[in-house]
Design a protein around this ligand. Sequence first.
Ligand code: CA
Length: 534
Amino acid sequence: MTRTLILFQVFFITSCLTAADRPNVLFIMSDDHTTQAFGCYGSRLAELNPTPVLDKFASEGMVFDNAFATNSICTPSRACVLTGQYNHVNGVHDLGGRIEKGRQYLALEFGKAGYQTAMIGKWHLKEEPAAFDFYSVLPGQGKYFDPVFRTQGDKKWPNNTIEFKGMHSTDAITDQTLKWFKEERDQKKPFFLMHHYKAPHDFFEYAPRYEEYLQSTEIPEPESLWSQPKFGSIATLGANGELKPHIGTSIGRRNPRRNYVKHYELSDGFDDEAAKREAYNIYLKHYLRCVKGVDDNLGRLFAYLEESGQMDNTVIIYTGDQGFMLGEHDYMDKRWMYEESQHMPFLIRHPKSIKAGTRSDAIVENVDYGPTMLAFAGIETPEYMQGKSFKQICETGQEPKDWKQAAYYRYWMHMAHHDNPGHLGIRTKKHKLIYYYGCDYEGENQTPPGWELYDLEDDPKEVVNQYDNPKYKQTVEELKIQLAELRKQVKDDGTDYPKAEKIVQEFWDYDEEDRFKAVEISHKHRTKMNSAGN
Ligand code: CA
C-alpha cells in the first residue's frame, strides 16, 4: 500500500469519527471540593454521607486515588486544565494570572475538531472566554447570592450581564447549563462543556434550605487538629516552634492574624480548646452544606442527561480545582503540598469505554486532564501541551509502561493570604518530599528554608517528618535527584524568577551552614512579626 493511500485511510477513519461517533465531553469542576468531603474517598467524613449523587456516579465509572494539583490554588489550577501546561510555562503562577483567547487551548482544540463548546460558571481567568461558542461566567470569584454572570450579547466584554435575583449560585449555574442544553445545543455536533461551580469556596454561604443539614451532628475531627508532635519542620514551625503563630492560618487561636475562632467571633467565654472545637464544627458544617448543594444540583443535571438520552454517550468528569484543608494539621484553606490540599478528586464515567466500579492509583496531574479529554474525542495531544492523556488507564485500568511515577508541585504565593511559605516538591506513590525554600518571586521576605519527608505508606496522614531520620537518608538523596530531574523535565528551570531560584539552589543540600542560616532567618521573621503586632 502506498503512503498516500495509508494517509488517506487514516484521514478517512479520523474524519468518520467527527460526527455522531465522537462522545460528548462534560467537565464538571467545583471550587475547593476536597476528597475528605466525599463518600467514595472513604475519609473520616464519609460516614456523614456528604455526596450520595457523586458516590453513585463514581460507582458507575472510575475513581482516581492519586490525582494531583500541580499548584494548589484556584486560578493556576484552572490554567493548568485549560492549557495542559504547568504554571511556570503558562505564566499563571498566582491569582493575578490570565489566559487570553489565543491560549484557551481546550476550547480551541475541541472547536477545531467540530465540537460545540461552552463554559458555564466560575471561570476566574480574567479575560473573555472568547474561544468558547457560548459562555456565561461569574466575574472573578462571583457572588453566592443574587449572582451576576457575564455572557455574550450586544455590548463589549464584560458589559453583557445577567443577574439571578433571589438565587444561590449553585442553583443558578445548573439552571444555565440546563437552559444551554435545551436552547443552545446544536444537535449536529458533539459538545464540550465546562460546568464549574463556585461552591464550596469560602466563605461557604450555603442555600437557606440546608440550614438544618448536620445541625445537631458532631463533625468527626482529624487527630492532627489536636496533636502532631512529629509534624513539620523549621520551615513550618520556626526554630523551636517560634513561628507556630505565623505560618499557616488556623482553626483555633494559634495564628492570631487569621483563624476561624476570630472569623466566627467566638472569642468570649470559650477557652482555647472549646473555641477551636466550636470553630471547627461551624467551619465544617458551612462547608459541607455547600457541598450538599453541589451534590443535589448534580442530581438534577444527571437526571436531565438521563432523560434526554445523553448520559451514556458523554464522557463525564467530576473534579475540584484542588483539595482543601478541613482542619488537618490545624490548617484551613489549600495552597499546601500536604495531601488534603494537593490531592484532587477525580471521577470519570463513560460506560461505553470505562468499566463501572473501578479505581486507579496511577499518578495523574491536572495538566493531564486536557490531553485526556481530547483523546476521548479522538484528538491527539498538541505539541505545546505538557500533560499526557491517561485515557488508556481509564479504559484498561493499567498504566502504560512509561507512565509517570511522580507528581511535581510548586506553590509560588509566598506568605500571601494564608501565610504559606513558597515551596516545591515531589510526590511518588510511596513518599512526599517538600522543600520550603521560603521566599517571594524576588527572593525577599524570607521565611526559614527547610525540608520535610513523609512516608506515605507508614504515615498516610503525614504527621511524622522523616527528613532527619537516618533510616531515610538514602531515600532523601534519591528523591532530591529525582526532584531535580523532574524540575528539568517539566521546565521549571528557574529562569523566570532568578532571584528566587538562587535561594532554591542555596538551601538545596541543606548542610550545617544552611541549617544555621535557617535558624537566623526564623529569629528575624519572628522579630518582624512581633514588631508588626501579630
Ligand atoms: Ca479553588
